[in-house]
Design a protein around this ligand. Structure first.
Ligand SMILES: Cc1ncc(COP(=O)(O)O)c(C=O)c1O
Length: 463
């Protein structure tokens, strides 16, 4: 066979020790700081159909009507195929920005369209902000726990991430001030404060209005940037809406990140950032280098979808559905988790954060849970310093009620085994299933269904 006709051969997937050695000297120093996303790793395992995954942050895309999807895509094919298949402007199309303005207006925000850039998901928006602002060693302040995907971004730009505790009212802003003072004494100013104020991923908690106002005041007084990340703001199941930080500030010091992922589809990979012109200029340069522009095709899809005028209706349907699933999970937790456990009861969003006794390591527990064909995200993924080891993030949007009940039952059984084992080894008695009235440690108690004022949270080493 001549060289020309030789079939292409597939490279073997495994990497030999020699390969590793050859590449090791080539990697940029920042790769040493890069962290794998716990959820991405888990996705491979949870793809097995028998596994009930409470690990992902997946919206239920099966609720999007296929006929509507087909009609929109057909319209694009017939009416604007050439444009939809072409490159587009780096900042995104004005029509996409109009849709974004509608979404932001629904939460009381009115940004200038020139301050908006359309990105490949909210994740890229975060990456571009980080690329524009972070030098190695810069301090970034985040919540504890925080969105694990944000830790991946900030770490890959070699930031020094410092986390401020959350309780049932979100980030403890009162702890921020002394932290900023301490950093100032060390000659360090954080590049920005990262917050997911509404229905936080992973804890499910929402920052109170008082803390929102105080955080914005602090940012303005000290001329600090705040990066508000808000994928879940419109997914509220009870209580009154609270103003976004961006609205309170007016857009001078608060940069805003949004996404269509949880209100329409994560598969279209459309998000956005809002920033004042000098910051936006750098973000646009970063975006040009990253991917030139966001998918034209999916921007056309969003344009068609919004033109139908049903986007709010669809969110109302999602709210209805997820409210039910949240309640199912809260009920299942009360039934199947032991009295030693505690969890949050979120007013919106997609997640519940559960905390087990300190002697249970949720990373080990996950290995056992996977043998029982159920998955969750271990809490450590939400911290930079190894805390969160006895907590877990549970998602209630991605699977139906029956799977939520079954999944929580299975996790409950695995926890039970651990609690029993601990009792047998230490001779300590278990708490009764119906919890006896007990002294409530500050910020932590067993949740009642519908109770929104709980953030079970243990610091490492705390009894
Ligand atoms: C808090 C937060 N920010 C950003 C993202 C990124 O979302 P996407 O890139 O799909 O817009 C997520 C996804 O789950 C998230 O929970």
């Amino acid at each position: 066979m001549s060289e020309m006709t030789q079939p292409p051969y597939r490279r073997r997937a495994q990497t030999s020790t020699r390969d590793l050695e050859r590449y090791a000297g080539l990697f940029a120093a920042r790769t040493a700081m890069m962290r794998s996303s716990a959820m991405r790793d888990l996705m491979a395992v949870t793809a097995r159909p028998e596994v009930i995954s409470l690990a992902g942050g997946l919206p239920d895309t099966s609720t999007f009507p296929p006929e509507s999807f087909a009609a929109q895509m057909t319209r694009i094919a017939h009416e604007s195929a050439a444009e939809a298949l072409q490159y587009g402007p780096t900042e995104g199309f004005e029509e996409t920005k109009d849709c974004i303005l509608e979404v932001m207006a629904a939460e009381g925000m009115l940004p200038d369209p020139d301050d908006i850039i359309v990105t490949t998901g909210g994740q890229q928006a975060m990456d571009l902000v980080a690329k524009a602002l972070i030098d190695p060693g810069d301090v970034i302040i985040a919540e504890a726990p925080t969105y694990p995907g944000a830790i991946s971004v900030f770490s890959s730009y070699e930031a020094d991430v410092i986390q401020v505790e959350c309780d049932a009212e979100g980030m403890r802003v009162e702890e921020l001030e002394p932290l900023l003072d301490r950093l100032a004494r060390e000659g360090r100013t954080p590049k920005f404060i990262y917050s997911v104020p509404s229905f936080q991923n992973p804890a499910g908690v929402t920052m109170s209005i008082e803390r929102r106002a105080r955080l914005v005041d602090l940012a303005r007084q000290r001329e600090l940037l705040v990066l508000e990340d808000s994928p879940y703001g419109l997914l509220r199941y009870e209580g009154d809406p609270l103003p976004p930080l961006y609205q309170l500030d007016g857009g001078d010091f608060v940069l805003y990140l949004g996404t269509f992922s949880k209100i329409l589809s994560p598969g279209i990979r459309l998000g956005w950032a809002v920033a004042p012109p000098p910051v936006m200029e750098k973000i646009v340069l970063g975006k040009q280098a990253a991917d030139l522009c966001t998918s034209t095709l999916t921007q056309y899809f969003v344009r068609e979808y919004f033109a139908e005028g049903c986007w709010r209706r669809y969110i109302e349907d999602l709210v209805e559905l997820y409210r039910g699933r949240r309640d199912t999970m809260l009920e299942a937790l009360a039934e199947h988790f032991p009295a030693e456990a505690a969890w949050t009861a979120p007013e919106g969003g997609l997640f519940i954060w559960a905390t087990l006794p300190d002697y249970i390591d949720t990373a080990d527990l996950l290995a056992k849970a996977l043998r029982a064909d159920v998955a969750f995200v271990p809490g450590q993924a939400a911290y930079v310093d190894g805390r969160g080891g006895s907590s877990m993030r549970l998602n209630f949007s991605g699977v139906g009620d029956a799977d939520i009940r079954e999944g929580i039952d299975r996790i409950g059984k695995v926890i039970d085994e651990q609690v029993e084992l601990y009792g047998a080894l230490t001779g300590e008695e278990r708490l009764p299933d119906a919890p006896a009235p007990r002294e409530e440690p500050k910020g932590e108690r067993r949740a009642e269904p519908g109770d929104t004022n709980v953030l079970p949270f243990r610091k490492a080493g705390e009894g």
